[in-house]
Structure formats: structure tokens, C-alpha cells
Design a protein. Structure first.
Length: 505
């Protein structure tokens, strides 16, 4: 088998492969056939080896050619499929001259199908003796394949494909070359499936609500703006599912959830991407205490199902998701972690404390916003184990019910773990008069230049005026949940195609 010269420029290597493509056709082989009948995956061959060896049945396996060893009239190679890798052994006097001529024109990265019996090498390596060989796809651009060697039966990788930016931009290469990356995204799928199963088993109905909206709402964020040509109207990509899902509660769908994409026109960092997956859950006749019970149980059960335990290790830190989680009111948390007695502090005291901690505030900032700012600066980074922070100021919670014991606060909580917010929930505001006043206050903030303040939605208010039962609501970022359960340091590591600036040129 011919190998590409690793020192040649890529354009030269592509030219060489295109020449091989012509040579393959000259041999009478099609380099891009339509299908191949696979009988076994790599893991099947390994798991069922004794049975397959005893039966002497041939297996048919397909995958990407990753490593070759040997020259002349025989060679070993590794074939990669979705379940792992498997060694194959090809020999001239077994496959015949025609197939071996084809073999010599193959390159790392080509997809092939092989058929033959299984056996063990003298080193104990399970392999397939190739009796027939088919080219399934000729790769004309060389993979950035790292150098590998097998030492004492262990595969050692040198010069791995590890450039983070290139891996994010060309995720198809990242997946092809790094099995651990495939594992992250298989776990992501398993996590989403487990969340669905958890909610389905509790009689929640999965629904879909509009992504293109005439008004955006349900969160404090800047939207992406688009235009519908036929209707000649401006639309927004949703920033939240909340207001539509609560319309469904009004309509009598008493338990609903949606796992969908939200879009926020904001910055990118380790835990933020402008396009992200959000779970939102709404339950009639429930309050934020019920949502706390639901959230901690869901996190623990999903982690156990996907990872085998509610106790995880995230970036070297043990995280125990086992219920119950601490439930700490925000003012108590600021006193506990920041040594600030908010209840007895003046607005000027709070503003001064925020500025000393590095906050950039507008003059006359509302007291509730100052309290929330203090919390974010002196408490949030210290919340490593899963914790519910409850009872947020009214000023930062325009969709939450006022606290039953203190009208300056709301019945709201956020989930914190590893120093970041991982969920948000309310006893949902269902008083249409109070909700209108809150929206009008938000609109006054917009008039003063706050482009993240919420928009007054008349249709949502009309729905609420027909009557919405007491309701508990919960939002959980899927990306951060996956980060936690796959030990991934960045949200980009758990999004298949994260947003990047265009490559230069």
C-alpha cells in the first residue's frame, strides 16, 4: 500500500490521490459504490470472537482506514467504525492480485469494506483475515492523521490532532480522529434521551413552539433579527420558549416541556454560545418548591443513567448531584459568602460594595439590581456543589410571582454548580394586572437604553387574562448539563458546530 509523504504540501498530496483515483478506475473498480452489506461492527467481532472463530463464518466489516503496518505481499491495518477499531490482515495470495493491486492504491482515510474469517495473531490481537476487499469511498484530501505505534499491545498516539480552534471549525475531522470526542456527543444524545424519558414518565407532554417570533420575550437578552419576505415583516429568533409554553398551560395542557434551540445576540465564552439548546418545563398547580424537587431529582437520575453515578468528577473536582441540594435565599447567601448584611444596608452602601468588587454601574441603579450584582460578584463563583439560590429581587424577575412573605422578592431560584448558573425557575406570575405593570416597567427601562429589558406582549397578557392556573416553571441549559456530565471544560466542546469567526481567506 502506498503512503502519502507527510512532508509534501497538501496540494501535492491531493494531486497524488486524484491520480490514484484514475488508476483505481483503470483497474475496473468504482471508487464510490452505493452500498455495502455490513454483518458486524468492530465491537461485535471482539465481543463474539470465540463463537465466530468456532463457526468459521465470514464477517463483513466496513469503516475508515486509519493505520497500516507492513509492506510487500502482506500488511496489517486498523479499520475504524462507529463502535471502535478492528485490525485486518491482507495477504496477496489470499485476496488475489486484483484486490491487492487495489490495496496498493489505498490511503489513510479511505473507506473500505472487507469480508473474511476472524483469527488471533501471535500477539493475541483479534483480526479479520481479508478474503475480499472493496473500496467504498476514496478520500482525496489527506487526513491530519497523527503518528501511531503499538507498544506492548497498547496504541500510543504522537502529534494528535489537538488544535482546539481547528477541531471546532472542522468537527468532522475531530470526530474522525478523536474517539473521545465521539463519546462526548454520544453521551450528549444519551443525556437528552434520559431527560425526555424522565419527563415523559411523569406525564409531561413534549411540544414545539415557534422559533420565529413577532415579539421576543421570556428572558433578558438581545435578539437576532430577521425578515420574512412574503409577509414583509420583521421577525426575531426566540430568546426563550417561556411565553408560548405558558400559553399552553392556559389552554389546558397542564404539564408541558420543550427541548429546543434558543438564540441570544450576546458574547461567546466558556459557558455561552449564541445558539444553544434549552429545556423548559411547566407544571400546573405547582410552585418553585416543586420545581426544586423536580430539578434535583432529574439531574441525579440522568447522571446515574448516563454515567453510572450521581457523583461526578468535573475538571478534578468531585460534584455530588444526590438530592437534597442546599436551598439558600439570596440575601443569606450574600451574608454567608460576602459578609454583607443586605437587609440593613442602604442603597449607597450596596452601590459602594458593588463598585469595590469591580462592577460597572449606571447612576441610580435599582436596589434589586444592586443586590443581584453583589450576588454574582461575591457568591456565584464559590458555589461548586449543586445549590439552589432562592428568593430573587423583584427588579430582576419580571415573570416570577412575588414572594408570599416578602413583596420585594420573588419566588424564583437558580441552580448553581461549579460556579456557574445551570438552571432558572419560578413560581410563575399568573396575575395579568401585575404582569402588565411589570412589562410596563421593563418598557420604561428600554426607553432609558436597556436593550435587554423585556418587551410587552399583548397577546401573552390576553392569554393570561383568560386565566392561567398556579404554575411552576423550570429552564435548564442542556449544554451546561452536558459539560458537567462529560467533564468538558468549554461549551464549545459539547456543541458539534460552535459559532466561530470566519477563517481568514
Amino acid at each position: 500500500m502506498n503512503q502519502d509523504d507527510g512532508h509534501a504540501p497538501e496540494s501535492k498530496l491531493i494531486e497524488q490521490r486524484l491520480q490514484k483515483l484514475d488508476a483505481i478506475r483503470d483497474l475496473g473498480h468504482t471508487p464510490y459504490p452505493y452500498s455495502f452489506d455490513v454483518t458486524h461492527l468492530s465491537s461485535d467481532v471482539i465481543d463474539q470472537f470465540e463463537k465466530l472463530e468456532a463457526s468459521e463464518d465470514e464477517v463483513a466489516v466496513a469503516g475508515r482506514l486509519m493505520v497500516t503496518r507492513g509492506h510487500g505481499k502482506a500488511a496489517f491495518a486498523d479499520l475504524s467504525d462507529r463502535k471502535g477499531r478492528l485490525q485486518i490482515y491482507i495477504k496477496l495470495d489470499v485476496v488475489g492480485a486484483d484486490a491487492f493491486d487495489l490495496w496498493k492504491l489505498l490511503d489513510i482515510g479511505d473507506f473500505i469494506g472487507v469480508r473474511g474469517p476472524v483469527f488471533k495473531t501471535r500477539m493475541g490481537q483479534i483480526s479479520i483475515q481479508v478474503k475480499t476487499l472493496e473500496l467504498l469511498t476514496k478520500s482525496v484530501r489527506p487526513l491530519p492523521v497523527p503518528k501511531e505505534e503499538v507498544k506492548d499491545g497498547e496504541r500510543i498516539v504522537h502529534d494528535a490532532f489537538s488544535d482546539k480552534e481547528l477541531r471546532y471549525r472542522r468537527r468532522y475531522l475531530d470526530l474522525a480522529l478523536n474517539a473521545d470526542v465521539q463519546d462526548v456527543f454520544r453521551k450528549r444524545s444519551a443525556i437528552v434521551s434520559a431527560v425526555r424519558a424522565f419527563l415523559d414518565s411523569r406525564d409531561f407532554l413534549e411540544v414545539e413552539t415557534p422559533v420565529l417570533q413577532t415579539l421576543y420575550g421570556g428572558a433578558s437578552a438581545r435578539p437576532f433579527v430577521t425578515h420574512h419576505n412574503t409577509l414583509d415583516m420583521q421577525l426575531y429568533l426566540r430568546i426563550s420558549d417561556e411565553l408560548y409554553l405558558k400559553r399552553l398551560i392556559v389552554g389546558g395542557l397542564e404539564r408541558v416541556y420543550e427541548i429546543g434551540k434558543d438564540f441570544r445576540n450576546e458574547g461567546v465564552d466558556r459557558t455561552h454560545n449564541p445558539e444553544f439548546s434549552m429545556l423548559e418545563v411547566y407544571q400546573a398547580y405547582a410552585d418553585y418548591h416543586d420545581m426544586m424537587d423536580l430539578a434535583e431529582t432529574m439531574y441525579a437520575e440522568v447522571a446515574t443513567q448516563v454515567t453510572g453515578s450521581p457523583v461526578l468528577t468535573y475538571q478534578g473536582q468531585e460534584i455530588d448531584l444526590s438530592p437534597p441540594w442546599p436551598r439558600i435565599p439570596m440575601l443569606e447567601a450574600i451574608a454567608q459568602y460576602g459578609d454583607i448584611d443586605v437587609a440593613n444596608a442602604s442603597d449607597a452602601d450596596l452601590e459602594g460594595a458593588c463598585k469595590r468588587l469591580g462592577a460597572d454601574l449606571d447612576p441610580g441603579t435599582e436596589r434589586g439590581i444592586l443586590i443581584n450584582e453583589l450576588f454574582e460578584l461575591c457568591v456565584e463563583p464559590k458555589l461548586i456543589q449543586p445549590t439552589f439560590i432562592t428568593d430573587y429581587p423583584l427588579a430582576v424577575s419580571p415573570l416570577a410571582k412575588k414572594h408570599r412573605d416578602n413583596p420585594e422578592l420573588t419566588e424564583r431560584f437558580e441552580i448553581f454548580v461549579n460556579g456557574w448558573e445551570a438552571g432558572n425557575a419560578f413560581s410563575e406570575l399568573n396575575d395579568p394586572v401585575d404582569q402588565r405593570e411589570r412589562f410596563e416597567h421593563q418598557m420604561s427601562l428600554r426607553d432609558k437604553g436597556d436593550d435587554e429589558a423585556q418587551v410587552l406582549d399583548e397577546d401573552y397578557l390576553r392569554a393570561m387574562e383568560y386565566g392561567m392556573p398556579p404554575t411552576g416553571g423550570l429552564g435548564v441549559g442542556i449544554g451546561r448539563m452536558v459539560m458537567l456530565m462529560t467533564d468538558s471544560p468549554s461549551i464549545r466542546d459539547v456543541i458539534l458546530f460552535p459559532h466561530m469567526r470566519p477563517e481568514e481567506g
